[in-house]
Design a protein around this ligand. Structure first.
Ligand code: SF4
Ligand code: SF4
Length: 72
């Protein structure tokens, strides 16, 4: 199963819980950017490796993450 993660970046508080929850280790805080509420938002830097497990979305306390399952 392949997946695609979409972040609502403007509500991300940069807590890093999703980063630690991802078994594929493809999430990180983007330290080069600051969102509207003053935090460094999480992002995915290697989407091709996403397995759509949804761990990141389940872990996020602010419901910032949507996971799409791709039929490939
Ligand atoms: S769905 Fe799973 S593999 Fe994909 S980014 Fe989230 S935790 Fe990582
Ligand atoms: S768990 Fe949610 S709030 Fe925390 S860094 Fe990830 S996307 Fe942002």
């Amino acid at each position: 199963m392949k997946g695609r993660v979409i972040f609502n970046e403007d509500t991300c508080k940069g807590c890093g819980l999703c980063v630690n929850a991802c078994p594929m280790k493809i999430l990180a805080l983007d330290l080069t950017r600051v969102n509207k509420i003053g935090y460094t938002p999480a992002h995915c830097f290697d989407m091709d490796k996403c397995i759509a497990c949804t761990n990141c979305a389940l872990m996020c306390p602010d419901s910032c993450i949507t996971v799409e399952r791709l039929d490939v």
